[in-house]
Design a protein around this ligand. Structure first.
Ligand code: PEP
Ligand code: MG
Length: 925
């Protein structure tokens, strides 16, 4: 015996210990122990897997096979069958299962224990020769593929050849003789491909299978999946092996196999959802080989069993208090539960089930909030097809994962990956997908298959990723070799654009416009609960009333950042801004600013009114002003053109003069029409002079490091007219709104501040304008004056800054740039991906707040700031403000709000509530 225990029977394993037994194994133990009808079996632990993978020659830990034999003997006893017994054989399935659910990522072997002798026993046991041969050929095929590494095609091709020769379409049409022939062919394939006969010894089969499942943990699919979903060794390390007594869904018409969800995973509706196949084995349903029936059809076809299935569903939900994704088999009228796990659902379903399960008393409100990954909510904001489109679908399949997507059709996963990496939008079109297509899913906007149901591999994986999927569109014939597909009489080539609607299963040719979706009442309810619990307020970063309106619908509680420079970029304003920049005296500049003032004031009024009575944070001009001018190269190019034009015009005028002279000399009329009026050259000269002036200004404004140069408050101090105009526009807008009866709360925010002296240069401007307006209009203005904290020195001088500023807003885009000394413009497409892939940096600091570096500076700034001003309001408006783990950190260090782009507002609201709940969970009582 081994010293360490590696194997646990279902009756003894700890159902909560997923790390040791894997999710599937732990659940099999738990289901057994709560009295569900689970076929007997045992789990070989993940520790055995790690020991195997760590051993130099990939050896099973000493004594493991002995331990397995002991458990097999116990199985023999409880089933009354013998493993390898030629008369009454015990057959088992061997399945993988790690602590984190990785659907379809690793392999399962069914019917293990079959060989030439036990096959006869199975014929006797079942009384059905056809069934036994079918089981045998399936076993050789799966074992060959999974345990011996033989390519699928080696089995699929001869199998299809026999079917074609016999004119059989469905597998069920194959006779015993055909299956016997296929089994022999398969045995030959194994011999040919491995150079060895198929293993007849059942324990040898079990040992090889165990090793193969362990090995699959490091297979490409599994490694890719873990990388994509950030599954770290702390979350799941190694796979367990589940050895389960076989039960058969293909023992006749009183047998069936099915997969189900306790609720609908696409809509969340509280109704059992799933599909089953009579007289079939589990892989037939999942692989999409035969198109199954919806579970509701069982109510008519097998009413007793349907009732039992409902009972099973109710027990599962009552016990796990979570939507379950379960597999079952009915063998000659007996229902067995083979597996259960928490159901992977799309965002719509997660939200609806959270609200409804809370209503049913199955889960608490806190659990309802905690069970949803905030990022998932982004799916709910995914576009839907414009309901007014008039395109006619060219085919329809099953609506397998909602959302709509357009892209170029590609017919294999490798091409999808290649084109996706090249920045193309693609739709992966396949007959059916397999786990090895996973890289194609990652690259695609959506997935379309011609076979399989709503629980086929394509559907499950797409739903998990929140990508649209249409499955089982049977009118499509895919030809991978010629990279074409025939759909509804049309020939589609790779690269042709199609659109799929995962909400109704329609497929269209070409691209169809999309619209933003509506917020559901369930989401409103859930986020309403979140807002009640959260301490952080969620604001938004917007610059226009339209965007503000959208953010408001998503639940934004104010504007945390209005980047005013964006308002200057609009077509009709840019000339005024340029005029302001080119001005050679303060008077000239003020004149230009005077014309910008009413425009800017109107912008602010629009924002204030939409947001009233919520706060609106207006950040004064931040970027270096040369950003509003054309580049030096562009100007030189334009000047070149103008000069050329000038000499052409001069040339033409000379020519006309010469011709006129000639004509008069020859006695003809002197009148020749001029192609240009006499202003041609002066006009061009004027344009040249303007461009030259601009070029001169551009050269004058040139900076080697503009992001560290003349921008932000530095600009505001050296060109006070600019900030003065903006402050006036904001306060005049507030006056105008207040007089119209709106309650407005502007917050004026100064960017790039590094010393309180800078703020002290701006406050007098604010005070003067405030006083002037209050006196003029006889009203009291309610507003705050604050600063962004986006340079390291500002963090270190937070105490001093807070003496002047009433609020801080962390500009973590710049603060991260400054803390790392990484250029935010360059890092992400130069070295950061390499840093992330090679583990030098865990995350991209411009996406996820670096809590260990930047976060510590923030923490200090909050502490020191509040020491001088206890009621200092503090927020964050960098990109990280919409990221859940960053939001959690902001909560922990006592920020008052986060501000993010509108589509991240719902995510942030949920994350803010979760921050409170997770804090309560981790605080020892
Ligand atoms: C920031 O630096 O985080 C910020 C919000 O400002 P911007 O991105 O406009 O520089
Ligand atoms: Mg900034």
């Amino acid at each position: 015996m081994t010293e360490k225990k590696f194997v646990y029977s279902f009756a003894e394993g700890d159902g909560k210990n997923k790390k040791l037994l894997g999710g599937k194994g732990a659940n099999l133990c738990e289901m057994t122990q709560i009295g569900l009808n689970v076929p007997p079996g045992f789990v070989v632990s993940t520790e055995a897997c790690l020991s195997y993978l760590d051993s130099p020659q990939q050896q099973l830990p000493a004594g493991l096979m002995e331990e397995i034999r002991t458990h097999m003997r116990a199985l023999e006893e409880s089933t009354g069958k013998g493993f390898g017994d030629a008369h009454n054989p015990l057959l088992v399935s061997v399945r993988s299962g790690s602590a984190m659910s990785m659907p379809g990522m690793m392999d399962t072997i069914l019917n293990l224990g079959l060989n030439r002798q036990t096959l006869e026993g199975l014929v006797r046991q079942s009384g059905d020769q056809r069934f036994a041969y079918d089981a045998y050929r399936r076993f050789i095929q799966l074992f060959g593929k999974v345990a011996l590494g033989i390519a699928d095609a080696k089995f699929d091709e001869p199998f299809e050849a026999v079917k074609q020769r016999e004119g059989v379409r469905a597998d069920l049409g194959l006779t015993t003789e055909h299956l016997r022939e296929i089994s022999e062919i398969f045995l030959g394939v194994v011999q040919e491909e491995t150079g060895r006969p198929f293993p007849e010894d059942v324990y040898e089969q079990l040992e090889i299978a165990t090793k193969a499942v362990f090995g699959s943990w490091m297979g490409r699919r599994a490694v890719d999946y873990r990388r994509e979903f950030h599954i770290t060794p702390e979350m799941a390390n190694g796979t367990a092996v589940n050895v389960v007594t076989m039960v058969f869904g293909n023992m006749g018409d009183d047998s069936a196999t099915g997969v189900g969800f306790t609720r609908n995973p696409a809509t969340g509706e509280n109704q059992m959802f799933g599909e089953y196949l009579v007289n079939a084995q589990g892989e037939d349903v999942v692989a999409g080989i035969r198109t199954p029936k919806p579970v509701q059809a069982m109510e008519e076809e097998m009413p007793d069993l349907f009732r039992k299935l409902l009972e099973l569903r109710n027990k599962l939900e009552a016990h796990y208090r979570e939507v379950q994704d379960f597999e079952y088999t009915i063998e000659k009228g007996t229902l067995y539960c083979l597996q259960t796990r928490n159901g992977k659902m799309n965002a719509t379903a997660m939200v609806r089930t959270s609200v409804e399960m809370e209503g049913e008393g199955l889960i608490s409100r806190h659990q309802a909030l905690l069970r949803i990954q905030p990022e998932l909510l982004e799916q709910l904001l995914h576009p839907l097809l414009d309901p007014n489109h008039e395109a006619t679908p060219i085919d329809q399949g099953l609506p397998a994962s909602p959302g709509a997507a357009s892209g170029e059709a590609v017919f294999d996963a490798d091409r999808a990956q290649l084109m996706g990496q090249a920045g193309e939008k693609v739709i992966l079109v396949r007959e059916e997908t397999k786990p090895e297509d996973i890289h194609g899913f990652f690259a695609a906007q959506g997935v379309l298959t011609s076979r399989g149901g709503k629980t086929s591999h394509a559907a499950v994986v797409a739903r998990g990723m929140g990508k649209p999927c249409v499955a089982g569109a049977e009118g499509i014939q895919v030809n991978v070799q010629s990279r074409t597909a025939r759909i509804g009489g049309k020939l589609l080539h790779e690269g042709d654009v199609i659109t799929i609607d995962g909400g109704n299963g329609n497929v269209y040719l070409g691209e169809i416009p999309t619209v933003a979706p509506d917020f559901s009442t369930h989401l409103h309810t859930l986020l309403g609960w979140a807002d009640e619990i959260a301490r952080l307020k969620v604001m938004t970063n917007v610059d226009t009333p339209e965007a503000a309106q959208r953010a408001l619908e998503y639940g934004a509680m104010g504007i945390g950042l209005c980047r005013t420079e964006r308002m200057f970029n609009a077509q009709e304003r840019l000339p005024l801004v340029v005029e302001m920049i080119l001005a050679s005296t303060p008077e000239e500049r003020e004149a230009a600013l005077g014309r910008l003032l009413p425009i800017q004031q109107a912008d602010f009024e629009g924002l204030f009114k939409v947001m009233a009575p919520r706060p609106v944070t207006i950040r004064l001009l931040d970027p270096p002003i040369h950003e509003f001018l054309p580049t030096e190269r562009q100007l030189e190019h334009e000047l070149g053109h103008l000069r050329q034009l000038r000499s052409t015009v001069e040339g033409v005028e000379d020519l006309m003069g010469a011709m006129q002279f000639l004509q008069t000399a020859c006695g003809g009329s002197a009148e020749l029409p001029l192609p240009f009026n006499s202003n041609g050259v002066p006009l061009i000269d004027e344009a040249i002079a303007k461009k030259e002036l601009m070029l001169h200004k551009v050269r004058e404004l040139f900076e080697v490091n503009p992001m560290l140069g003349h921008r932000g408050v530095r600009l505001g101090i050296t060109y006070p007219e600019i900030y003065s105009m903006q402050i006036r526009a904001a306060l005049q807008a507030a006056v105008a709104c207040q007089r119209e009866g709106f309650e407005v709360h502007p917050e004026i925010m100064v960017p790039q501040v590094c010393t309180s002296q800078e703020l002290l240069r701006i406050t007098p401007m604010v005070e003067a304008i405030q006083q002037e307006l209050e006196e003029e209009h006889g009203i009291k203005l309610q507003f705050k004056f604050g600063t962004m904290i986006e340079v390291v020195r500002a963090c270190m001088r937070a105490g001093k800054l807070a003496e002047v500023a009433e609020f801080f807003s962390f500009g973590t885009n710049d603060l991260s740039q400054a803390t790392y000394s990484f250029s935010r413009e360059d890092a992400e497409n130069k070295f950061l991906p390499f840093y992330n892939e090679n583990g030098i940096l865990q995350d991209n600091p411009f996406e996820v707040l670096d809590v260990n570096g930047v976060g510590q500076l923030m923490k200090i700034a909050v502490e020191w700031g509040r020491k001088s001003r206890p009621d200092l309001k503090v927020g964050i408006c960098g990109e990280q403000g919409g990221h859940p783990s960053s939001i959690r950190f902001c909560h922990q260090i006592g920020l008052n709000y986060v501000s993010c782009s509108p589509p991240r507002v719902p995510i942030a609201r949920l994350a803010a509530a979760q921050a409170v709940l997770l804090e309560a969970e981790s605080t020892p009582s």
